[in-house]
Design a protein around this ligand. Structure first.
Ligand code: ZN
Length: 238
């Protein structure tokens, strides 16, 4: 398995690691990684790994067999051998934008308190699909409410609960299409705001900023019809 360092500290940009496997597709598996793999609507990370004065550009990261995380090289090149120690450097600007957009989508689900049926995070914008039979009456008011939450500079923290505890609180799960990862015994909860300031609590394995002010101002884009019951709400970083 690969230890997911980004799950403990989303701000970790570099880390030493050891190569533990190559995949048949030419991917690189490390014993620990700062690279987030594609999942939950968030794209996989890019960056470089460096060893013995050599450098391999990583285009993206995906989940592999079991708990493996696979770094995908940008171009075919001889991979560092199994057992080699290297240093991985995360493509931070892109990832930090993913963190801002991802966290803003949590807040979008607060100001539009409807079941979420899907979502996508990008570096410039993101979107959520809602079970929303009618469009929002006042889109500007939704955008204002979203920016007010961002301006409150709420703290984002993580904690872990057991699967049994989550099963006892099914209302925590807002996203109908993405079930929290099961089978590991514990699930990560992401909380926005503390104590009486808390505005959101949901299971999530993605990467988030530490405070909502780090997102910066956002604006709502178009609201698209996606079938009778569903609407797709677009959101852009300022
Ligand atoms: Zn999240």
């Amino acid at each position: 398995m690969t230890i997911a360092l980004y799950g403990e500290d989303a701000y970790l940009r570099e880390a030493a690691a050891e190569v533990v496997a190559h995949t048949p597709e030419g991917g690189l598996v490390l014993d620990r990684t700062v690279f987030y793999p594609t999942g939950g609507g968030q794209p996989g990370d890019s960056g470089v790994v460096i060893w013995d004065g050599r450098e391999l550009e990583i285009a993206t990261t995906v989940k592999g067999e079991g708990d493996q995380i696979v770094l995908v090289p940008a171009a075919p090149m001889a991979l560092p051998e199994v057992g080699v120690k290297l240093v991985q450097h995360l493509g931070w600007e892109r990832r930090h934008r993913h963190m801002r957009v991802h966290t803003a989508l949590h807040l979008l689900s607060v100001v539009l308190p409807l079941p979420v049926t899907g979502g996508q995070v990008g570096a410039e914008k993101g979107r959520l699909d809602f079970l929303m039979p009618e469009p929002p009456e006042n889109k500007d008011a939704v955008e204002d409410a979203l920016n007010e939450l961002i301006d409150r500079d709420l703290l984002i923290t993580e904690s872990w609960i057991t699967e049994a505890e989550l099963d006892a609180q099914p209302e925590l799960v807002k996203t109908m299409s993405v079930r929290p990862p099961r089978g590991k015994g514990s699930i990560r909860l992401v909380r926005i705001g503390e104590g009486p300031e808390q505005v959101d609590l949901q299971p999530c394995g993605g990467t988030h900023v530490a405070r909502t002010s780090e997102i910066g101002a956002v604006r709502l884009g178009k609201v698209e019809n996606k079938g009778k019951q569903n609407r797709r709400v677009h959101m852009h970083l300022g």
